[in-house]
Design a protein around this ligand. Structure first.
Ligand SMILES: [Zn+2]
Length: 70
């Protein structure tokens, strides 16, 4: 399994987890299931979408304000 990088949409905590590519672990800090996957600097928010988008693009490594990179 790959080591994937995630960012919590609720608290912004960034963590890495060995997990399947189609699974999202809950945030280890606040236990929120709303986590976004970061892959090679890009983040993919879940089906629930993000209400925290600021209109800016992905800042790379700090994607909490990103509403979804293409
Ligand atoms: Zn969290």
């Amino acid at each position: 399994m790959p080591l994937l990088k995630f960012i919590c949409e609720d608290c912004g905590h960034i963590f890495e987890e060995l997990t399947s590519a189609d699974k999202k672990p809950p945030c280890p800090k606040c236990a929120s299931p709303r986590v976004a996957r970061c892959y090679q600097g890009k983040c993919f928010f879940g089906a629930s979408g993000s209400s925290k988008g600021t209109g800016g693009g992905c800042s790379g490594g700090n994607c909490i304000g990103c509403s979804g990179c293409s």
